[in-house]
Structures are given as C-alpha cells and as structure tokens.
Design a binder for this molecule. Structure first.
Ligand SMILES: Cc1cc2nc3c(=O)[nH]c(=O)nc-3n(C[C@H](O)[C@H](O)[C@H](O)COP(=O)(O)O)c2cc1C
Length: 302
C-alpha cells in the first residue's frame, strides 16, 4: 500500500496536500467543500486585526502559465472570522486547520496568533510574503530584525506550531535559518512572485494595484529552487508551494526537500477536485517507481 501522506508536528496530513491561503477559503462552507474533495488540510485566507477591503479592481489576470493577483489582503478581520473558525471546528473531523495571519508589527502578529488558536486553529501560518501589500508580507521578511521579533513574540504567545511563509527572494535560505532560530516550527515556500501585466492597447498596467503576485505552473521552477535551497540549511520541515498542478509536480517538490505541499491556483486550472486528481496521479507514479512512502524520497534530489 503506497503511503502518500505525511506526519508533521504530530499531525497527520492525508494526503499531504493542503489548500494554500487565499484560494476558496474565506468561508467555512467553501473550506468544507474542499475538505470533502479530499484536501489533507487547509490554510485560511490571511486574516488581519481589522476588516480590510483590499486593492481596487481588476484584482486578477489570467495568464497562459498561471494567475496574476493583487487582491491586497481583503478580509473581514479576526473578530468576524471567529464565526467561520467555530463553524469549521464543529464540522471538521480531524483535518488540520492552519490559520494564516498578517500584520505590520510583532504585537499585532502575536495578538492575532493568540486569537486564531483560541478560535480553533491547530497551527498558525505567518504571512511574511505577500508581494503587493505595502507594510505587510514580504516587507516584514525583508527586515531581519522585525522578522525575528515577529516570530519570537508569536512563539512566546502560542503553544501550537508556527509556520513561516517566506517570499521567493534570493535570500530565502538565510531568511529560513533566521525563522528557525527565532522559533518557527516549519517553513512554507513560496508565496506568489512579484509581477505585473501591461495592456498593449490601453498602454497601461492591467491590475488596479499595477503590481501583483504571480502563481500557478509558471512559478514551479522558482518554488522548487526555494525549497531546494532552504532544505540544505534548516532542520525543520518544509511545506512546498508554487505551481503544483499534477502528481509529478507534487513528487518533484518532495524530492527537492518538501515534507508536505500546498496547492492554490491548481483549483482554478483543474477544478475543485484538483486534489483528488493530484493524489491519484502521485500515488500511481509512486507505485510505478516502487516508492512505498514519501518519507523515502524527501530531499532525494540532493
Ligand atoms: C487569488 C489569490 C489570493 C491569495 N491570497 C493569499 C493570502 O491571503 N495569503 C497568503 O499567504 N497567500 C496568498 N496567496 C498565495 C498562495 O497561497 C500561494 O502561495 C501561491 O498562489 C502559490 O501557489 P500556487 O501556484 O499553487 O497558487 C494567494 C494566491 C492567489 C492566487
């Protein structure tokens, strides 16, 4: 029996495919639907201290090789999100819920992490990597001192595992080492890649925010490079993300060093049952190659 599943921080991810933050995960109902479609766990939309509208339209552009988005972290704020978390908590059986949070300073991160776990999150993912929201996300990870303070404060506040989601910079391995030293229990890489689209006819940027984040198949080589570089430097588990669209992509990330995976844009490209398809394809490929357990191949490309 091929084992396409993993155990991280004492929690089973079966399959090791987790819904990435920001894709069909704003309400308990949509998250439950995806769990029923076979997701091994979910990350919530990134939630902040207060409600936030996000960037002006258009916020999404479809490209041949993926998506470009500049949502700008729209969300209802942690107090309102409590209802969704409680609904989820009561309906889910054992699938892990990872609460994603964003803030501009260590105190707000710590406050949000405390609330997320109190409202039912089994783990917290720190969004240190959104490439298009001024003062948040990737700007936090670009400042070593702030990033260290954010993670340390969250670590002092909660007992649950802390995942640091990092941007795909050239410094990702150095960032990951700092995150590990500051108290992160796992690294998630990558978020979207800072990018833009221009309309030839109007001679203007297409996104309302002009700059956005690129996701989907086109960023897979960047995600793989990041996982590969981080794996060489840290001892904590890595969750790979970025362009995972079929079973082969998933296994390539595991060979680069990931112990579990997240999927986002694939749901757009292959439909809501993308996870079932990816799971089936990965299991089939493992069987063909005589791999019984993904444990055997984590980091195998090194
Ligand atoms: C529409 C959209 C919204 C997103 N919102 C968030 C978010 O709120 N927080 C976050 O950490 N990442 C967010 N992401 C990034 C994804 O979680 C993921 O890291 C990225 O899309 C790469 O994975 P993929 O190629 O499988 O989509 C968003 C991505 C998309 C396409």
């Amino acid at each position: 029996m091929v084992k396409f599943r993993s155990r991280l921080f004492g929690t089973e991810f079966d399959p090791p495919l987790i819904l990435a933050s920001g894709i069909l995960d704003q309400t308990a109902e949509s998250i439950q639907r995806l769990i029923k479609k076979g997701m091994g766990g979910v990350v919530t939309k990134s939630i902040g201290t207060e409600p936030r509208e996000g960037h002006p339209n258009p916020t999404i552009v479809e490209l041949d090789t993926g998506l470009l988005n500049a949502m700008g972290l729209p969300n209802q704020g942690i107090e309102d999100f409590k209802n969704e978390m409680e609904k989820l908590e009561s309906e889910l059986e054992e699938e892990p819920i990872i609460g994603s949070i964003f803030a501009s300073d260590p105190d707000d991160f710590s406050h949000l992490a405390g609330k997320m776990t109190r409202y039912g999150a089994d783990m917290v993912e720190l969004n240190l990597s959104c490439p298009h929201a001024e003062g948040y996300g990737a700007q936090i990870a670009s400042d070593d001192e702030i990033m260290e303070r954010v993670i340390k404060k969250v670590d002092e506040r909660i007992q649950e595992p802390i995942l640091a989601k990092l941007p795909p910079s050239n410094e990702i391995a150095k960032n990951a080492v700092l995150a590990e030293r500051s108290g992160a229990d796992g690294i998630v890489c990558i978020n979207t890649v800072r990018a833009m689209a221009v309309n030839f006819e109007t001679q203007e940027p297409i996104l309302g925010n002009k700059i956005g984040g690129y996701s989907g198949p086109g960023i897979k080589p960047i995600g793989l490079r990041c996982v590969y570089e981080v794996y060489r430097e840290v001892d904590i588990p890595i969750i790979g993300c970025g362009g995972i669209t079929d079973g082969r992509d998933a296994l390539e990330y595991i060979l680069a060093g990931a112990s579990a995976l997240q999927m986002g844009s694939a749901l757009h490209h292959r439909g809501k049952d993308a996870v079932e398809k990816v799971s089936k394809e990965a299991t089939e490929l493992m069987r063909k190659e005589g791999i019984d357990d993904i444990e055997e191949i984590i980091g195998g490309a090194h």
